[in-house]
Design a protein around this ligand. Structure first.
Ligand code: PLP
Length: 401
């Protein structure tokens, strides 16, 4: 008899993973992969932070047993997450209005949040930015929601079309779920200003929307506190909202899958009921989170010395990306490129929408072995002092025609 898999179709390839495969197969020594979504150091390597190394060494020496964690993860970890997001002196934290659970990276946090929201508001629609991180749509669709977009990026200014975004938010029905990039928008690098965040909060309040902040890059724009501006604006609003957060980038712990879902409720009593429901979602999905990554992050956050070391290392990553932004703009100028690329300096986080066309991206690959996403997104953290000049020459060649 025929295999039950006989009629299974091949799923479409993930575009970014496909790019990585093509890059790996390229034999040119000078090749550069700007398509990645991770931070590389100036040697082109994913760093293992010294603060992480110290916490892991202590953990290895202590040889802890590996019992199950609570369904929601460790208290020390969840408290550490809350302090980073809301600030130590947060009234919401003091009032017990924040529920936080340890999740499997930012993606896992989004999925637990999405599954819980599907139980809470089964008829709702999810709105994501146009464009957005490519997994947002698939993730919320897989949780059973219709997914639509709100206007965000404006190609002519390489910034946010805030008037269009605001008008759209103000037209949404009550109970619509709005996914917002809290900082370092992926893929465009274009963020909202502080006053624009206030306007988004006002729109969410007046329309009765459900904000879901995605915070995957805290510390990569202006610093840990400064990058929490959206969280703080919503915290002051009295609204209920969701936050997914991730340490993949800020701790360079991609493969350990360390993230969290936080939900702001209206009271401590409500928090208890909401947590009990979120625990059901987790219990029937992966039961409880793994031990190692969260323990390492908690150890760093809760030790004054390691915490300082981590903040310094995070600042180092942030400053290096900024130096690459400035360096690229200057190198393009030096190559005689007339087009103004100074927007690259204004964009924030790891990425830039460069405005390079799909045809130009294709030429970068074919003629120079430089790989980027066909939308023109490049990862600034893939640039370093060795490849910057080469990349600038190549971009100059393709934009000059
Ligand atoms: N959200 C956004 C906007 C991202 O860019 C990413 C990672 O690229 C994630 C979530 C997922 O992060 P994690 O790797 O922690 O699951």
């Amino acid at each position: 008899s025929a295999s039950i898999f006989a009629a299974v179709e091949m799923a479409p390839r993930d575009p970014i993973l496909g790019l990585n495969e093509a890059f790996a197969a390229d034999t040119r020594a000078e090749k550069v992969n700007l398509g990645v979504g991770v931070y590389y150091d100036d040697n082109g390597k994913i760093p293992l932070l010294a603060a992480v190394r110290a916490a892991e060494k202590a953990r290895l020496e202590a040889m802890p047993a590996r019992g199950y964690q609570p369904i929601e993860g460790a208290v020390a970890y969840n408290t550490g997450v809350q302090n980073l997001l809301f600030g130590k002196d947060s009234a919401l934290l003091a009032n017990g209005q924040v529920v936080t659970i340890e999740a499997l990276g930012g993606t896992g946090a989004l999925k637990v949040g999405a599954d819980y929201l599907k139980r809470l508001l089964p008829g709702s629609t999810v709105y994501i930015s146009d464009p957005s991180w490519e997994n947002h749509r698939a993730l919320f669709e897989s949780a059973g929601f219709p997914v639509e977009t709100y206007p965000y990026y404006e190609a002519s200014t390489r910034g946010v079309d805030f008037a269009a975004m605001k008008a759209k938010l103000e037209s949404l029905p009550a109970g619509a779920i709005v996914v917002l990039h809290a900082c370092c928008h992926n893929p465009t690098g274009a963020d909202l200003s502080d006053t624009q965040w206030d306007d988004v909060v006002a729109a969410c309040r007046s329309r009765g929307l459900i904000p879901f902040l995605d915070m995957a890059y805290q510390g990569f724009a202006d610093g840990i506190e400064a990058d929490a501006v959206a969280v703080r604006a919503f915290s002051a609003s009295g609204l209920q909202f969701f936050i997914s957060s991730s340490f993949s980038k800020s701790f360079s712990l991609y493969g350990e899958r360390v993230g969290a879902l936080s939900v702001v409720t209206s009271s401590k009593e409500e928090s208890g009921r909401v947590l009990s429901q979120i625990k059901r979602v987790i219990r029937t999905n992966y039961s409880n989170p793994p031990t190692h990554g969260g323990a390492v992050v908690a150890a760093v956050l809760n030790s004054p010395e390691l915490r300082q070391q981590w903040e310094d290392e995070l600042a180092g990553m942030r400053d290096r990306i900024r130096a690459m932004r400035t360096g690229l703009v200057e190198a393009l100028k030096a190559e005689g490129v007339a087009q103004d690329f100074s927007f690259v300096i204004k964009q924030r986080g790891m990425f830039s929408y460069t405005g390079l066309s799909a045809a130009q991206v294709e030429r970068l690959k074919n003629e120079f072995g430089i790989y980027a996403v066909s939308t023109g997104r490049i990862c600034l953290a893939a640039l370093n002092n060795k490849n910057l000049g080469y990349v600038a020459k190549a971009i100059a060649a393709v934009v000059k025609g």
